[in-house]
Design a protein around this ligand. Structure first.
Ligand code: GDP
Ligand code: MG
Length: 215
């Protein structure tokens, strides 16, 4: 096997759901965060496919759940690109509809196995992110903090961000990523892969994921 191959290379766009329904037979990995947090870019970068989530890349345009499918040793898994919350330019009704949809997704989606909460590294997580984390904690569902656009921060800002994660008690689980530079992507791939392997009761993979660019 090519040592640089990655299971996410074969992920493809499957469908758009306007109504979040899940099946507990297939693990679903959700990507959530504010509009513009970098969800679509991260899905494309993780999968080494520049345009994978492009349809959903105009801010505020991802108003449905975009589902992507991949397989691990023949076992399917889904990625779900959720609509971004906090998009100020949307009409109130539409914002409320989206808020309800996201909440109902987290409350009812039965296949939900892991949720990546994306937050721009230049911001602190706010009420919305905390509310999602709370729902996941109550459900006992896995939560992964991802701090995006890490390439935009200088050393001082990076140190400040790391300090803040410690204060929040999430330092050990937070992963800083740059979809443009590739920072953190292998670490995240490993964590997602492990989660899918666990779901199917597979032994942990020994596939090499390659060198991580320095952060
Ligand atoms: N510098 C930098 N820009 C990024 C990165 N990830 C996303 N962006 C930019 O941030 C904007 C929002 O990204 P997008 O993936 O559409 O966010 P979404 O609304 O959460 O899906 C786009 O202009 C991206 O090009 C990153 O890692 N580094
Ligand atoms: Mg998007």
């Amino acid at each position: 096997m090519n040592p640089n191959s990655n299971i996410f290379q074969s992920v493809y766009y499957r469908t758009t759901y306007s109504d979040p329904e899940g099946s507990n037979e297939t693990p679903l990995i959700a990507f959530t965060g504010r509009s513009n947090a970098g969800k679509s870019s991260l899905i494309s970068a993780l999968c080494n496919q520049k345009n994978l989530a492009r349809a959903a890349r105009t801010p505020g345009k991802t108003r449905n759940l975009n589902i992507f499918e991949g397989t691990l040793q023949g076992n399917p898994f889904y990625f779900c690109d959720l609509p971004g919350f906090g998009y100020a330019n949307l009409p109130r009704d539409e914002r409320q509809r989206l808020g309800k949809m996201i909440e109902s997704f987290f409350l009812t989606s039965s296949g939900l196995t892991m949720t990546l909460i994306l937050c721009d590294s230049a911001r602190w997580p706010g009420e919305e992110e905390a509310a999602i984390e709370q729902i996941l904690l109550e459900k006992g569902s896995k939560c992964q903090w991802v701090f995006t656009r890490w390439d935009r921060l200088n050393q001082k800002e990076k140190a400040r961000a790391r300090k803040r994660w410690k204060e929040m008690g999430i330092a050990s689980q937070a992963v800083a990523v740059s979809s443009t530079k590739g920072t953190g992507l292998n670490e995240l791939r490993k964590r997602i892969q492990r989660t899918v392997e666990d779901f199917y009761g597979l032994p942990a993979s020994t596939v090499k994921t390659g060198q991580e660019p320095a952060s």
